[in-house]
Design a protein around this ligand. Structure first.
Ligand code: ISE
Length: 334
């Protein structure tokens, strides 16, 4: 089988990480990278044996590129996803699909106007073993119906320029996606509570935040987002059902009990915690792009998640309970 010829747009952290991961994906060949920062693009291209381009549209239009991985800043995603759809090329788009729900709907309109799915969105937790096991446990029916979901999402520290809104749109979007995917229900309302902020968070950052999501069938989900927790990258979930609970993340790897103490490792970063999940999501995307059947997170998932994130940001700013009114889900995404 000839490998799928892939071009990457955006060579910041995520673009570089995906470029390295693609080297380990069977059937994938990175042939081009594009970035407005040409020097950076050249460095990444050289390491991968690919071509560097300054113009992302040239990459999308190139006959040498069959599929595109978009890892540029979120405010460019709509432009590049639309260009890939117009060129009929399958793409992997890092989250968020686009910064606003309206922009996501425009991408959805373009995708559904042609015959098959072309977009996979980068919600990698769906490929994590623990999250998959949590979903299987709930879907097996052994816990009865889900009633509550408790989510903790902690980063050791935030990058310069990280804002209170980005704690929702960049970080908590994963928990919004997990809520929808685990429970198989859409979110209908969101409220945000602000405890006092950590003195170790950058000036002005409302950190931590506590978000309450309500779902269509009455499950209540609390999400703690704390991006300057200092001690590690800590993701913990507990699902409460009618007859039992299921949880993940209490321990990672080996947990040691010795001399009256117990200890284990807290992952240092999301790259460490979700390294295998990132690798699997790319394998799934490449396999789907080759077969013409993308099965990963869709444009609908990207849209619904951004719509909920928008409601959370509104709730944060206005101190209200914001409702989420989604468009009708096209049969295209059944
Ligand atoms: C980051 O962008 C990610 O995607 C990580 O998965 C998330 O945990 C982190 O909070 C985000 O900033």
């Amino acid at each position: 089988m000839t490998p799928l010829r892939i071009g990457i747009i955006g060579t910041g952290n995520m673009g570089q990480e995906h470029a390295r991961r693609l080297a380990g994906v069977p059937g994938a060949a990175l042939v081009a990278v594009a970035d407005v920062n040409v020097e950076q693009a050249k460095r990444v291209a050289e390491a991968a044996g690919a071509r560097a381009l300054a113009d992302s549209h040239e990459l999308i239009g190139s006959d040498a590129v069959e599929a595109v991985l978009i890892a540029s800043p979120s405010d460019t995603h709509e432009e590049f996803t639309q260009a890939c759809i117009a060129a009929g090329k399958p793409m992997f788009c890092e989250k968020p699909l686009a910064p606003t729900a309206d922009a996501c709907l425009r991408v959805l309109a373009a995708e559904t106007a042609q015959p098959r799915r072309l977009v996979q969105v980068g919600f990698m937790r769906r490929y994590d073993d623990d999250f998959r096991a949590l979903k299987q446990t709930l879907d097996s029916g052994q816990l009865g119906r889900a009633l509550l979901l408790h989510c903790r999402h902690r980063n050791p520290d935030s990058l310069p320029g990280f804002t209170s809104d980005m704690m929702i749109t960049d970080s908590m979007v994963h928990d919004i996606d997990m809520t929808r995917w685990l429970l198989g229900q859409e979110v209908t309302a969101a409220s945000v509570f602000q405890p006092r902020s950590s003195s170790l968070a950058p000036e002005g950052l409302l950190d931590p935040q506590l978000v309450l999501l309500e779902t269509a069938e009455g499950v209540v989900v609390d999400v703690e987002s704390f991006v300057n927790c200092q001690y590690g990258y800590d993701i913990r979930y507990e699902l409460v059902g009618e007859t039992g609970t299921a949880s993940l993340g209490e321990t990672a790897g080996v947990h040691v009990r010795q001399r009256g103490r117990h200890h284990g490792r807290v992952p240092a970063s999301y790259q460490e915690r979700f390294g295998s999940a990132y690798q699997r999501e790319l394998r799934a995307w490449v396999a789907g792009a080759c077969s013409g059947e993308l099965t990963g997170p869709s444009t609908w998932d990207g849209y619904a998640t951004t719509a909920v994130a928008e409601a959370c940001v509104q709730a944060l700013h206005e101190g209200c309970r914001a409702t989420v009114a989604l468009a009708d889900r096209p049969a295209f995404y059944a």
